[in-house]
Every structure is written in C-alpha cells, then in structure tokens.
Design a protein around this ligand. Sequence first.
Ligand SMILES: [Zn+2]
Length: 777
Amino acid sequence: MTSSRSNPGRWVAACVVALVTVLTTVRAAGAAPLILAEDGSARASILTPAEPSPIETYAAGQLARYLGKMSGTTLEVVAEKAGASAPARPVIAIVRTSLARGLKMQGPQPKRTSLEAFRMVRRGDALIICGNQAGVACDNGTLWGAYALLEMQGVGRYLSDELGLVVPRKAVIAVDELDVTDAPALEMRGGDDTAAGYLARRMKDGVAPELMGFGRQASARRMEFFHAFQYIATNQVRQEHPEWFENTRNSPHGPQPGPSPHIGYGLADNGICLVRPEIRKLFIDFFRERFRANPTLWAASIAPDDYVLGDRCPCPGCQRLLDIGGAPSFPDARGAPRSASDLLVSFVNAVAEGLAEEFPDRKLITLAYLDYLDPPKRTRVHRNVIIMPAPLSTRNELSPALDDMVAGWRRMGAQKVYWYGYILTRPPIPHLMGEWYRNHRRRGVDGVYLEFSPVPVMNAISGWLYGKLGWNPQADVGGLIDEYCLGLFGPEAGPILRRFFLAAWEVNPPLYDEIPALFAAAERMAGDPASAIARRVRFFKLSWELYHSSLALDAALKAADVPGAHRIVKAGIGAAENLKAEFPWAIRSDVWLHNTAHMEYSVTVLPALERLRSAPVTQPNPEAPAPGPARCLTNNADVAESDRVNGGVTVSFDQPAGGLDGAKLFDGLTDGPANNLSPGAFPVWHITLDMGKPVQIDRVEICTGRTRARWDIVPIYIEVQLSDDGKDFQIVQRIQPRTLRGFVASRSLYRSARYVRLRLGSLNMWHAVSEVRVWGR
Ligand SMILES: [Zn+2]
C-alpha cells in the first residue's frame, strides 16, 4: 500500500452522497402531492420509533436539519408512543415505526436482499423510509434512505466542507406518490466500518458529527484491512520466542531492502516462518481473542506487512510452498523469483480453520499484493477468507491480466473478492474511473476501497464519484460530471468548470495552457468574491495551481532547470499558502507527493540547491598522480582486499545530530534501510570523512541503494568538498541531479586532502546513502 501506512482502512470518505437510482418506482396517477412544508411552515413532522437507536435519531435529525434549511421552518421530530394511534398530521416515518412494520424491500434480487437496502414509500399521509429489516444493517439503510430523500429535493454535498454543501431554498417541499427500493451495488465501498460504528467512534458529548460528507460509504458489517502481521508477531513475541524465528531472515536473494523503509522492503528481523505450528497457533490465538473481544467485528485483517513475503524462511516447508508458486506474473512482485501465494494462503487457511468451529461466520481478510498477487497454484482458499487484490504496480486497472488474476482467485475458491485500488493517488480521469468500476462489476468484485492522497483538486470530484459508482457502477459518468459542476457551480460557471475538468483530465494531451483563462472566465461569472460560488471557483483554481506546479517542477528538474524549478516552487508555495489560509480543511501538511509538504520541502531545498549550483567550483589543478594504483582508502568490505587499505577513517554528520552509525558507509552492504543512512526529514545534510592524514584523493563514489522499489525517487544533488584542516572546505565537484540507483562517482580529482565532505540535497525526505568509497593513494 502506498500511503496507507499502518492502517489503510481508515478512509473517511470525501464528499459523497449518491442520488437514488430509481429502480422500482410506482406512481399512482392523480394522487395529490404530500406536502412536507409550505410557505415557511411545517406541514409534516418526523416520526421515530418509541425508543429510537442512535442512528435512527441521527437520521431524523439530518432530515429535520436540511428540510428545515430548505423551507425556513422547523420540522418537529416526535417519537411514537406505544399503543397510541398514528399521528393525525402527515409524517416522515423513520425506520421501525409501526407504519413500517413488515415493510419488505422490492425489485430485483440484489436490491431485495442487500443488507443496506432501503425502501422509501408513500402511503397516504405518510412517507415511510426504512432500511432492510431482514438484515444487520437496517439502520444504515434507513440513513441512506434519508439522504436519498434530501438528494431528491436538491440537496448536494460536493466537497468535504460546508463550502460544498448546496441546500436550495424552496417554497414548497412535497413528494409525489413513490415507492423506491435502492441498494448499493458493492457491499464494501471504502469504509471499513458501518455507518453506526463511524458515528459511534466520532460522537462527542452525544453529538454526532456531520455525516453528509461521509455519504453512503460504509459496510453493512464491520471489517478491517491493514498490514496486520506486525501487530501479531510483535517484537515482544520475537524476543520471548527467538526459537520460533530461528530460521527466518531477509534473504540476500530476494528483492530486499533499498534506501528507505517503504514498499517492498522489510527490516532484517521481519522474517516469519508461515508453516511453523507455533506461529500458526500464535495467529489463531490472536484472532480468537480479537473476535471474542469484538463481537461486532465480522472480518479481521490477516494481511501481511507492507513488503514482499517470499524467501524469508529457508525451512523446507516454506520453500516447498514457494516452489509451487512459479514465476510471478506482475511487476508488483518487485523481483521476487517465486509467487508467495500458495505459502500465504496455506498459512491463512490454517488460521481460518483454527477459528472456524468457534466462529463459523466470521471472516479473515488478506490482501493479494506484491509477490502474492497471483492466485495460488494449488492451495484453495478457505471459505472464511476474503481476498483483497491490491495491484500496486499495474497502472492500468483494465488490464486483462487483472481479469485473469481475479478469475484465478475465484477458481481457487475465493468466495468474496474486495478490491484495493490506487485510483485516487492518480490524477482524476472521471470516465476512466467509470470504466474501472464497470470492470469491477464484470469481474464480480464485491467491494472497492480506494487509497487516496490528499490532493484537494484530485479528491474533490474523484471522491464524489467514488460514492456514486459504489452504488451504481453503471452510472453515466458524463451525466455525473454535469451534475457535479452544475450542482456546485450553478448554471453559469458550471459549464466552464466542466471544461476545466475536460481540459485538465480527460483530453490527451491535456490542455494545461487553456486552464488559466477558464478560471478567469469562471471567476467573472461567479461575481462577488465572497459568494459561495466564487469561493468554490477559487478553491479549485488554487488547488489546480498547487497541483500543476508539482507537474511543472518535475519537468524543470528533469531538464536540470533549477532556476525555473525555483520559480515554479515559489508559485506553488503561494497557492499552497493561500489554500491553507482560505480553505484549511483542504490541506494537510503532514503528507507528501504533490502537496504542500512536497512544496515545503522544495522551498527549503531549492534555494540551497540554487546557491550550490551558482557557487563557483574551482577546478583544483590536478596534482601529479602519486605512485602506485589508487586504492580504496575507506576499506569498504565489498572491495577486493588487495584493492583496499584500512586507514582508520572516521565519520561525522551534521544532521541529524546522533543515532547514525558511520561504519555502515563502508560495510559493503547496499540494500535495505538497515544498511542505509538517512537524514530523516532533513532534505540537506553533510557527511564528513576524516581520512586520518593527508592523502591524495583520486575519486569519491557514493551509493544511494541498489534496489528499485521506490516510485517517487526524485533527483538528488551531491557536492564533493575537500579540506586540509576540516574547517575550510573547497567544493571540487557537483554531481548533478539524477534519479538514483546504485553508485555515482566523481571524476578523477588528484588532490591532496585530509577531509572529504559530502553535501547531499534532495526533494525527497527519504533519500539515503548506503555506501561511500574514497579512492586514492
Ligand atoms: Zn518456514
């Protein structure tokens, strides 16, 4: 998972409320409309059961709030009284009132049986909204029905802030005869929790938060999916039972660590034997306790941690299961020679079977990811295991290979398949997103979670579509974009913003040059800058400027245009600062890639890089080479012994102050975070080598890791400086920006010095150095 960090499931949806797709509507001709409010006075009240659940109370409150805003009056919420006759005046009856007794869902089978279905039916003076009483999620369905009524009346929520809330004023609020049953197409739509759970977790002092922004993304039953091994085979377990882990290691052959602890890596002590009975029992015990302690938890996560699984354990049992796997089909395997799916499924099955007797209806969710994305060759999936493919590296989700992958898991017995998609980490392409969802339906995927990066301009429309398409993957995306633009920007600016979405995301190549003029036109049409529509336009304009600056920055850096990059960053920072000041809800600065944090790092680094670049580099007059061959004066362990000498080099760092072990620069190990030194959050740092005595430097070699596993490595700048006294350093070479993997080397310097200092700068806080070699005589 990319930015999923430890818990990808906690997606709190962007702005999402889906319009009802009317599947089953019966209109009786001639019946007078049921008037709910008219000319500023309420004609109906909202009826709840005598003892409403928190979510029933909440749904009633939402209706009262928004119908009140629309009509300028207050619709009273009243609880039914046991034994009393139905109220005399018209009502909107919420869920299990006596009016809804025995109410069944209608329409085709999936809508009738969906746990989150709702039915909205008018019967005389009553409008009844009720979830599917046959299931565990009746309350969810009821809330979705309440939102559907609001949407029918023109309420829209297009951004995750009040700014995106559109509530039309109406003289008359009325409903005709209607009988609608609707249900989401996907049972899991981004949420890892139920709507009730979402509310309960966030309810403060009995007051629930605004849920309109949460929309209809949830699951009927509580579930979780995150990288779970780390919470089960903890460091404590490893310390208490070292014998369980005696065989495990990071294989020197596998696609193991690179410059940072991120995707595909793992730490040296992360190996785990998946056939060992004690480990299997550890997991069974863990989940038994978890299920016992959490009776509402329907599916628990047994997904491995965020790195390749294979070749961590050389024991015959693990190796036999790896041998079954064969070559992986996808680049996701990150160079692992064998698919680990049979190994993983065999393990997960054993845990599921260990739980099946006590918890026959509870599930375990595992990702199918990295080197276990392929379906297993021989090991069938246990009935209580849910498979969640997460094709991180397969950029084209329409790839037929992914169809085959899903079909393969189905063939191997997977009864439920959820999708872990990365669409929202990419620029929004609404029609393509629609096609992805249609394809999910064709594949028979049961749920879709989308990982997102908090880029405001990307999330706004993508998040809204996310909610829509989870209910109806067949929805016409062109129509949805119209709905979004007209709803949020009104009839004048709306069509202009629609052209912005087309120019920025839908045409190829994009028409970036036209976008400033589109925003200028939209601003003119929006009029008063304080109006809601003008502020929405400005939000999109600033968000676009920020986003676009990161694209332009990449291009400038690739062209080694540092002054240009600096100008771009300044503009991007300006947009980011304005966004932060004017729309603080839209910006988080603790994230990276194409956002303010990226910009903040850039602005820190670029002036330094610019100074660095413009400072003159005096080419020292080369000395005559001292006699004999150049040898490795830093005694690096991966250099042939005859080619190196041990000169007692010492290393110091300016940043961070401590905790780095300079010996790692010479140990010959270049893979993995354990063998890398990283300045953490510091984008520029210095490494100083004291050679112990003056030597003639021939050249300096620097390795920033050899493993190809990061997708976001950005150029790094390395400056080589030499000094005789450790105080006065002379820059002797700059190694220009490049995307790093492996070694870079200075040219031949032929200069005597005692101290070698490296100044390293990067736009990426994760940049790291694994090896430094100084050659000389
Ligand atoms: Zn093993």
